[in-house]
Design a protein around this ligand. Structure first.
Ligand code: CA
Length: 362
């Protein structure tokens, strides 16, 4: 209907919705998708990001596009979420790309590499630094199209039964730490252990492991680590700004109406922003409670940080020499990180360090 005719029709009292509905019905078909999360419901901030996303999609489409969210283990185990999207069994998943470094280390860049980008920089690289294009060119090999959808911000370094005073204290230290970070820590003497969330506490309690990293105060508090390992180290340099993704089967993505693709992008932005906001709002109170319950905060000593940084750079040089995809994405992130910190040391760092010092006086 031409605009002039529409206005005429509206003028005689014909409901605008009735006139527009045939066009909307075509571009907004009834659809039901499943989303498998890599996370349990107990991680309500991370798992909740997928629920926030699905709700935003349903609301924007008047419930025509419904995405049902399943927790880890309900459809497939958490660490197989991307595989089931690759083979198209499930339309999409909400996951951490670095869970799949066993297939190819390039997956690490979708989340974080040790000493990689912080949360703001990760967003900037993805959306305006070529990151999304680079990663989606890589994910295509796995039939995946991925959209950023959440971040925890810088994580904590985890819980240690003994203090780490210098790099020698890392020698033979059995630590629960995942994937790529484990490869770096191995170079400085740590013996990395892969242990699922629910089994960390008993392993620490029995002394089967000496240390464990999880997320940050809000999530760590629920697992009660302060009761069995009192030294709470920071920062979690292997996760300075780990990003999560909505990964969609590429054929399902390409078959979607453009309007639905756009709504998935927008709803993913909502999840990306609100997940970080929820952590930022929840972590300070949780940290206070943990310290009141006996947690002893400790920064990693500078020589330990330096040794780990050197080890990480060695891992990147070795991996780049063996893997062209890794090299390409690493070089992009490395250049981006350099320019970002050039800028951050001026306004952001200048402002934040003044405010942190002023806090004690106010
Ligand atoms: Ca972690």
């Amino acid at each position: 209907m031409k605009r002039r005719e529409f206005l005429k029709a509206a003028g005689v009292g014909l409901a605008a919705g009735a006139v527009a509905s045939p066009a909307i019905a075509q571009s907004m078909p009834d659809m039901k998708w499943r989303l498998t999360s890599s996370f349990p419901k107990s991680l309500d901030t991370i798992f909740g990001a997928a629920e926030t996303f699905a709700k935003a999609v349903a609301e924007a489409t008047d419930n025509k596009f419904q995405i049902q969210v399943f927790a880890a283990g309900e459809l497939v185990p958490g660490l197989q979420a991307a595989d089931t999207v690759t083979n198209g069994t499930v339309e999409m998943c909400h996951t951490a790309s670095y869970y799949y470094v066993g297939k190819d280390p390039t997956f690490a860049f979708g989340t974080n590499i040790p000493f990689g980008l912080n949360q703001r920089m990760n967003d900037a690289w993805m959306f305006y630094g070529g990151g999304m294009d680079l990663m989606n060119a890589f994910y295509k090999k796995y039939n995946i199209h991925a959209i950023p959808a959440g971040n925890t911000g810088a994580q904590m370094g985890g819980w240690f039964r003994k203090e780490i005073k210098d790099t020698n204290d890392l020698n033979g230290l059995k630590m629960r730490v995942g994937g790529f970070a484990g490869r770096v820590l191995q170079k400085v003497g740590v013996v990395p252990q892969q242990i699922a969330g629910g089994e960390i506490y008993p392993a620490l309690e029995k002394g089967t492991i000496d240390a464990a990293e999880w997320v940050g105060p809000y999530d760590d508090e629920k697992l009660g680590f302060q009761k069995v390992a009192q030294f709470y180290y920071y920062p979690g340099w292997w996760e300075g700004g780990p990003m999560l993704h909505n990964m969609v089967n590429i054929d399902k993505w390409n078959a979607l109406p453009k309007a639905y693709q756009s709504i998935i992008n927008s709803a993913s932005h909502v999840a990306n922003t609100t997940m970080m906001a929820k952590y930022d709002a929840s972590n300070p109170a949780a940290l206070k409670r943990l310290v009141a319950a006996g947690a002893q905060l400790r920064p990693f000593p500078q020589p330990v940080m330096e040794a780990c940084f050197k080890a990480a750079n060695e891992v990147y040089a070795e991996t780049s020499a063996a893997n062209a995809d890794f090299k390409k994405v690493y070089e992009s992130q490395l250049a981006f990180r350099g320019d970002q910190y050039l800028w951050w040391q001026i306004a952001e760092y200048g402002y934040d360090t003044f405010m942190i010092r002023s806090r004690a006086r106010s």
